[in-house]
Write a protein that binds this ligand. Structure first.
Ligand code: PLP
Length: 487
């Protein structure tokens, strides 16, 4: 399998070449040159596989340049009960069953039982092992520089801690992450993990990371890399849990097979920000997984809901980006969206280049409403969308606790609210649970008047010793810190 750029002007590359790269040289994002197709017989064979072996079966369709035994070992080392808390790795919880009615069940798929309690661990843990493997093979080192407002940075640090050949320099806005998130990151004492709390806001962190990365000489000298959400390997790892969720939902509902003798289908609802998670669902569907609808849920930052309703993609200014109680979805533009638009437009790289290059740079928007391709978004690709507000989140959290005794996090609540609007008779709906409520305790207290449960291994987290360096929001300060710690 070779990889191409969404802007059509980069060389085709093997997986391990793009693994350590960010954007393609033409400014586009990498995608496989075609989606491997999985037929019904293969799908049924996969049903019985443990998660790690399912991951190997799927990943090996996308990766030619890692020997099969090595790749299988990497998958088995990554997806263990010890790291993810259950034997299934991702398990389904049924929320609604209306026997005798046409309504098929509604499920939560638990993706948040990894080390940092958000779904980003599902991909980042694999990335850590892939990086270590590939860097050792090349005899190289990599210094990962990133900016985080919470979930991504901690998932990256827990994936890279103690790994050979990798150091992490993670900037975050000083004092602005939730207390739990700060404790989670700053209590890591591993020698290869460096927390830099910058006296500024998240945008300052991001600007500084960009400035350091665009200094080509510095970047080369200190072997600077990233783990951001446009990395194809992260997206690929997320494809696996769509298959795993499908198998569990269709195992549990034998009557569905009778209703739809061909192949049962399911829908997924995905709390979305940068379009990484749901893009993995799109890839799974393109591979032939019987997904009826991909339900995209946003919070008040509704860039993507607006596109799927109107065909207009309009990037927001920083001042128009709301700070919400589902903060990991507070985005002004969706960095993975270009991948979907590439497929939507029949993989026309020049058109993608003009939309995401010239048009967004010029007017901050593009309009596909008159394009027949836009109608395909629903009919051919299964996408529908909706949005959710702070009041919706509170109501959904209360309702779910009241009826099922389950406390859900704020992002999952956005997904569940929109999922309910998009259910269809006979089609099970799987809502992806993207974080555990303990990470966003203040809103849970607001909704329920009580603290969310804390998994036992996080007792006393806030009292642990911390390692963090506070720096001014200044490019030179960050550069000299990196230089001093790359021995
Ligand atoms: C990152 C994140 C999201 C958004 O996922 P995307 O892949 O950026 O669409 C949603 N919920 C939580 C809890 C997250 O950490």
């Amino acid at each position: 399998m070779l990889y191409v750029s969404t802007r059509g002007h980069a060389d085709r590359k093997q997986f391990c070449e793009i693994l350590l790269e960010g954007l393609a040289p033409d400014g586009g994002l990498y995608l496989p040159e075609r989606y491997p197709e999985v037929d019904a017989a293969t799908l049924e064979q996969w049903r019985a596989l443990p998660y790690a072996d399912l991951a190997f079966a799927i990943l090996s369709l996308f990766i030619d340049d890692i020997p099969a035994d090595d790749l299988r070992a990497i998958c088995r080392k990554t997806y263990t009960e010890q790291v993810f808390g259950t034997r299934e790795i991702v398990s389904l919880k049924k929320l609604e069953d209306a026997p005798g009615s046409a309504q098929a069940p509604l499920y939560l798929e638990a993706l948040s039982n990894g080390p940092t309690l958000a779904f980003k661990d599902m991909a980042m843990q694999l990335l850590g092992n892939l990086f270590e493997y590939e860097l050792a093979r090349r005899g190289e080192q990599l210094n990962i520089l990133g900016a985080t407002s919470g979930d991504t940075g901690s998932a990256a640090e827990y994936a890279m801690r103690g790994k050979h050949g990798v150091r992490v320099f993670m900037t975050s806005p000083h004092g602005r992450m939730s207390p739990f998130q700060q404790a989670q990151m700053f209590s890591l004492l591993d020698a290869n993990i460096h927390n830099l709390a910058l006296e500024g806001v998240f945008d300052d962190c991001q600007d500084i990371v960009k400035a350091v990365s665009s200094d080509a000489a510095f970047k080369r000298r200190y072997r600077i890399g990233t783990v951001n959400s446009i990395n194809w390997a992260r997206l690929m790892a997320q494809v696996v849990y769509y298959f795993a969720g499908y198998f569990q939902a269709t195992n549990a509902a034998p009557t569905l097979a009778a209703k739809a003798p061909s192949r049962p289908t399911v829908s997924f609802a995905v709390p979305s920000g940068n379009f990484g998670n749901i893009c993995a669902g799109h890839v799974a569907r393109m591979m032939g997984l019987p997904i009826e609808r991909l339900v995209l849920a946003t919070n008040e930052n509704d860039v993507l809901d607006e596109f799927f309703r109107t065909g207009v993609y309009r990037v927001r200014a920083a001042a128009d980006t709301h700070e919400t109680s589902s903060p990991s979805m507070d985005i002004s533009k969706a960095s993975n969206f270009e991948r979907f638009v590439f497929d939507l437009l029949g993989r026309d790289g020049d058109r993608v280049k003009s939309l995401f290059g010239e048009q967004l740079a010029g007017s901050g928007r593009f309009d596909l409403s008159a394009d027949p391709a836009f109608r395909n978004a629903r009919e051919r690709f299964g996408f529908v969308s909706g949005k959710s507000t702070h009041a919706d989140r509170l109501a959904t959290i209360r309702d779910t606790f009241g009826r099922f005794g389950i406390v859900i996090d704020t992002h999952t609540a956005d997904g569940l609210k929109v999922a309910r609007e998009q259910r269809q008779p006979g089609v099970p709906m799987i809502v992806l649970e993207t974080a555990l409520p303990i990470k966003f305790a203040a809103t849970i207290v607001e909704a329920l008047g009580r603290e969310p449960d804390r998994p036992a291994r996080f007792e006393g987290l806030e009292q642990l010793p911390r390692r963090v360096t506070v720096l001014p929001p200044d490019v030179e300060a960050v550069k000299s810190f990196i230089a001093a710690h790359c021995g």
